[in-house]
Design a binder for this molecule. Structure first.
Ligand code: KIV
Length: 269
């Protein structure tokens, strides 16, 4: 990855794959967090539609609109302008027509993103080809694709049967051929992720897909322990910021109630 302040590009990710160098991807939804992720030298930030649950309190990613995504994308772009920024196309932004999909993907680039992510294989492959032809880099996403939660019958690991494995591998190869520059593999068995990773020239980015992918992505709230919700098996929390925040806020309220904040040192004279 560039160490001289140069912006991270999709070619840097291709280099990582060629040289067997793993890299981290983290979701980002706001300016302040983007600055922290930038300072931590996280090369790729994903403005994921998971912001629907984490920032907006929706029950799933399905209600998230383009307008909401762009609002958060612009904030992240202001916070980490030299990282590779990927905007997640929300559920209803790319299925109605190619024209609408191109328009919405272009809106992400205008908002400061460098690429977009779309979920699924099959008929999505043709859309990926179209977007890439229009100069819009695309990250694919296969396996447990949350926008398909109703069709999948719940948030469950994908690719356990022989037929499913074959389909995921075929879709992965088709997305690569269509020009996708990387591929998220979510909620698939470790050995399938390893097989797909070995079969592709483009980097795979795992989440709940085991350690054999070329990169790993986690949701920033999960990674930092910001939420009090039970974590899925594949998450490792590297902090407990939620507990720390609760402690700090309780201490503030206690000091205010006791009259010990503000004290003279925090007052103007
Ligand atoms: O929306 C999101 O956060 C994602 C990642 C978890 C891959 O799609």
């Amino acid at each position: 990855m560039p160490a001289n302040g140069r912006a991270v590009s999709i070619h840097d990710l291709a280099e990582c794959k060629r040289h067997g160098r793993r890299f981290a991807v983290v979701t980002a939804y706001d300016y302040t967090t983007a600055r922290i992720l930038d300072a931590a030298a996280i090369p790729v930030l994903l403005v994921g539609d998971s912001l629907g649950m984490l920032m907006l309190g929706y029950p799933s990613t399905l209600p998230v609109s383009m307008e909401e995504m762009l609002h958060h994308a612009r904030a992240v772009a202001r916070g980490a302008p030299t990282r590779l920024l990927v905007g997640d196309m929300p559920f209803d932004a790319y299925h109605a027509s190619d024209a609408e999909a191109v328009h919405n993907a272009a809106a992400f680039l205008k908002a400061g993103m460098n690429a977009v992510k779309v979920e699924g294989g099959g008929r999505i492959v043709a859309l990926v080809r179209l977007l890439v032809e229009r100069g819009i880099p695309v990250m694919g996403h296969l396996g447990l694709t949350p926008q398909f939660v109703n069709a999948l019958g719940g948030m469950r690991v994908q690719g356990r049967s022989g037929e499913d494995r074959r389909r995921i591998l075929d879709d992965a190869l088709a997305l690569q051929d269509a020009g996708a520059f990387s591929l998220v593999l979510e909620g698939v068995p470790r050995d399938l992720a390893a097989e797909v990773t070995a079969a592709l020239r483009i980097p795979t980015i795992g989440i709940g897909a085991g350690p054999d992918c070329d990169a790993q992505v986690l949701v920033v709230h999960d990674l930092l322990g910001l939420t009090q919700d039970p974590m899925p098996k594949f998450v490792r929390s590297y902090g407990s910021l939620g507990d720390q925040a609760k402690e700090a806020l309780t201490a503030f309220a206690t000091d205010v109630a006791a009259g010990s904040f503000p004290d003279d040192a925090h007052s103007y004279h």
